[in-house]
Design a protein around this ligand. Sequence first.
Ligand code: NI
Length: 187
Amino acid sequence: MKLPIYLYGHPVLRAEAQPVPADYNDLKKLIDDMFETMYAAEGCGLAAPQIGLSLQLVVIDADVLGEDFPECKGRKFALINPEVTVLDGDEVSRSEGCLSLPGLSENVNRVEHIRLKWLDEDMQPHEEEMSGFLARIVQHECDHLKGQVYMDHVSPTRRLLLRTKLRNIVDGKTRCEYKTKTAPRRK
Ligand code: NI
């Protein structure tokens, strides 16, 4: 089932997500729905807050980027309660977009090497070192679980230039190919 994607400006995107409890009901169905929602919107990652659930759950399918970034080839997974550790502080700037900020993409500085610990959909633990664009996607998605979006990493000057576009997203005036949910009206 496809779910609406919550847009920039919605308070759920600013909340700190809660860990997924071991007995969470219908977790696999939720993960399936998140993949379906992500594919329909042509994204390569989606975090639970983006479908209005303040939970530490992320789906990623980076395979489509495998041509440009070999580390992304065949990488499809769900991350439950993920923990990122930075392994190397050197940052690289690359363009990112986000399904919660339709129509925008901006350069973002991120580290290239991380260690990721997570649980899979069967609640089995995994640990792996990741690099390059795959590490970037993981960091972008895990930011969502901390109530952050990539635009927070963009310089204030650049954000000022984008303020009309950002305002239009908040106000639900941005055209979008997929179903979305905007912030409740401000008084
Ligand atoms: Ni995003």
